[in-house]
Write a protein that binds this ligand. Structure first.
Ligand SMILES: O=C(O)[C@H](O)[C@@H](O)[C@H](O)[C@H](O)COP(=O)(O)O
Length: 240
């Protein structure tokens, strides 16, 4: 595992954007597509905005990049809380990604149907025995959740299914999420965490004892892939 500390969100986003371009280049030297899992939440907005602008927008062969989501809030696409909408607003509407490369978690069908349909999409995508995604971007909540793997929820321990849908009482909302096994099969996983509000949790997640029910982010450990944490100085303040 590698921890990259930047001064602030802007520097962190630039560092990560540079690494993403390098990773896309290197990967496309060996294969003809790059699979990229987007994260919701507010932290990645600056990164997405950057990727949508010059020079990044010109240095990425968008027609070869295939987008997926780590999790979704089961609200209509038009709702400001919808993770897919945020990613379209910040990035996907601004670059030339073919529509067929973009795989949202649907919210116009029941959450269970959506999760089942997404698992089918993934299984047909990765049917040739490739590992799963080339790049997975993740966020971490102040409470230690990642994806929609929230503290104390059963889905944290899912070991078979690639996707899951469940009602999240605390937010009075259904969630659709990738599970830990599919993310842990990825080649490169990058967490982004910024701000003083995450410092204590980050210390527990990275340096504390394992407690998956309290800190679900700890379950993310790629089996053969790389794990990177991109954090700002405020979030890293309590790390030893
Ligand atoms: O739908 C979601 O809520 C996200 O995908 C979630 O897992 C997010 O990454 C964290 O909550 C961090 O969110 P912030 O970046 O807003 O702190």
């Amino acid at each position: 595992m590698e921890i990259h500390v930047s001064k602030n969100t802007a520097d962190l986003s630039k560092d990560l954007a540079d690494r993403i371009v390098t990773l896309i280049d290197a990967t496309l030297g060996k294969q003809d597509r790059f699979t990229f899992v987007l994260s919701g939440g507010s932290t990645p907005k600056a990164l997405y905005a950057l990727l949508s602008e010059s020079p990044y927008s010109e240095n990425i062969p968008w027609e070869k990049v295939h987008f997926f989501w780590g999790d979704e809030r089961a609200v209509p696409f038009e709702d400001e809380r919808n993770n897919a909408k945020m990613c379209y607003d910040q990035l996907l509407n601004k670059v030339n990604v073919p529509a067929e490369n973009i795989h949202i978690m649907r919210t116009d069908v029941s959450p269970e149907e959506s999760a089942a349909a997404y698992e089918k999409v993934l299984k047909s995508y990765f049917k040739d025995g490739e590992s799963t995604f080339d790049f997975v971007l993740l966020g971490m909540g102040d409470d230690g959740h990642t994806l929609s793997l929230f503290p104390g929820t059963e889905v944290v321990h899912e070991s078979e299914a690639w996707t899951s849908a469940f009602f999240l009482q605390a937010q009075d909302m259904y969630r659709i999420t990738l599970t830990a096994p599919v993310v842990n099969a990825a080649k490169y996983v990058a967490f982004m965490a910024t701000g003083a509000g995450k410092a204590e949790t980050l210390k527990s997640v990275l340096e504390g004892d394992q407690n998956l029910d309290k800190f679900p982010s700890q379950i993310i450990k790629p089996v053969n892939g790389e794990l990177h944490w991109f954090v700002d100085e405020a979030a890293a303040a309590q790390l030893s």
